[in-house]
Each structure stands twice: as C-alpha cells, then as structure tokens.
Write a protein that binds this ligand. Structure first.
Ligand code: ADP
Ligand code: ADP
Ligand code: ZN
Length: 212
C-alpha cells in the first residue's frame, strides 16, 4: 500500500506516519526529516536546502524529486511506503506520476490555521531520529528525551511564529491544490485533524480500508 499524507504544517503528518509505520509495517519517507538530516551532516543537499527551510520556503522540486525517487526504489519500500510531506507542489505530484510511482490513497489531514499555532509552539522533535512530540498533547516519557532512540529533543528553527505564518502561506499557495489533483484521480480521503492523535489514526485507517 502506497500512501501520501497531505496537510498543512503541524496538521499531524509526522505523528500519524509514525503510528502507521507500526500498524502497516511499511516505512515512512519524510522529506523534511531527510533534509534536516542532510543539514545536520553538512552534505551538499543540506547546504542547498538550509536557506529555503529556515525561511519557511519550499526547497526546489529537482532536489526533492532526486531524493524521493532514490528512497522509494530501495528494497524496504517494495511492499509499500508512506510519503510524509511530499509531494508539496503540482510539479512534484506530476513528476511522481510520470516516474510511475503508484499511489493508492492520499489522506489529507484537515486542520484550520488558527489551531496550528498551538501545535507549533509546543512541538519538539528528536534531533536524531526525527520523531515528533508535543509538550502537552504528546509528551515524551522523560522530558527532553526521545522515547524511541533516547536522542535529544529540540525546537525546530522554522517553528518560530513568523516562519510558521510563511509556511502556512506557502501551503495554501502551492500545496493545497494537490487535494484537487488527487480528488480527480479518485484517491483523496479527508480526515479530521482536530481530534485526539488516536482518533485521527483510527479515521485514517478506516479511510484507507485498513483494520484499526
Ligand atoms: P511541516 O510538515 O511541519 O511543514 P516538514 O518537515 O515536512 O514540515 O518540512 C519542513 C521544510 O522542509 C519545509 O518548510 C520545506 O522547506 C522543506 N520541505 C520538506 N518537504 C518538502 C517538499 N516535498 N518540497 C519542498 N520542500 C520541502
Ligand atoms: P506535521 O508533520 O504535519 O508538521 P506533526 O506530526 O509534527 O505535524 O505535529 C505537529 C505538532 O502537533 C507536534 O507537536 C505533535 O506532537 C502535535 N500533534 C500531532 N497530532 C496532534 C493531535 N491530534 N492533537 C494534538 N497535538 C497533535
Ligand atoms: Zn529519536
């Protein structure tokens, strides 16, 4: 089963992807995590991506398509994968179709902009594995430490309020059109994001025809 998770920044894509990895036994491909890892390692990709990410802008399509095509071709993706945060532009979606990357369901996690600010101010992410936490809604067992890998939890630079507003603008201008694109292909499933993490997860599993 090949899935795409769509949704505004902070809608819960990363959180839901982590749960789906467990329940569906397929890997998650998060372009945001891959890019943050590249920045941390100081690779060429990281150097090219950093300025865009820090400004809340999208990284150019060519850079993204290269890393995604390479990742989904790996053997652990053979039985399915979850794309978290990609595609984000019409050009990316068309390129995936053109490359023959088959998509079964596109789940859009729906959340209004006014709820998103609170999600972002409380977000903490693992600097090592990328797992996402929230200081109130989804705290780690030990403050500041990742449950999964014991890595240190950090605040993302682009979760500063000014940058969050820019990212929301970019979402509405460049990414939201993908809902129409996939609706026309009969693949779009809408899920309410303004509910508990478990509740949203159950709705996603139902929407893709998997057992909860
Ligand atoms: P969120 O879902 O909270 O916005 P992500 O981790 O998915 O966060 O993305 C963080 C940043 O990484 C984006 O603002 C953008 O700069 C870059 N990025 C991630 N995925 C893509 C993509 N598919 N296309 C372009 N830029 C991307
Ligand atoms: P995205 O990947 O879409 O940017 P995340 O999964 O990182 O979003 O979630 C953004 C923040 O909101 C994180 O701090 C996360 O723990 C929290 N969060 C995710 N889902 C929910 C939910 N259903 N209710 C409350 N907080 C949530
Ligand atoms: Zn971790």
């Amino acid at each position: 089963m090949n899935l795409i998770l769509l949704g505004a920044p902070g809608a819960g894509k990363g959180t839901q992807a982590e749960l789906l990895v467990e329940k569906l036994s397929i890997p998650s491909v998060s372009t945001g995590n891959m890019l943050r890892e590249a920045i941390a390692k100081g690779t060429d990709l990281g150097k090219q991506a950093k300025q865009y990410m820090d400004g809340g802008l999208l990284v150019p399509d060519e850079l993204i398509l290269g890393i995604v095509a390479e990742r989904v071709a790996q053997s652990d993706c053979a039985n399915g994968f979850i794309l978290d945060g990609v595609p984000r532009t019409l050009a990316q979606a068309e390129a995936l179709d053109a490359k023959g990357v088959k998509i079964d369901h596109v789940v859009s996690i729906e959340l209004s902009d006014d709820v998103i600010a609170g999600r972002m101010t409380g977000r903490r992410v693992c600097g090592k594995c990328g797992a996402s936490y929230h200081i109130e809604a989804n705290p780690p067992k030990t403050e500041g430490i990742c449950d999964l890998c014991a890595g240190e939890l950090v605040i993302r630079k682009d979760d500063a309020p000014e940058t969050v507003n820019k990212r929301l603008e970019v979402y509405h201008a460049s990414t939201e059109v993908l809902k129409d694109y996939y609706a026309k292909q009969g693949k779009l499933r809408l899920v309410e994001g303004n509910q508990s993490i478990e509740g949203a997860n159950g709705d996603i599993l139902k929407a893709i025809g998997a057992k909860a």
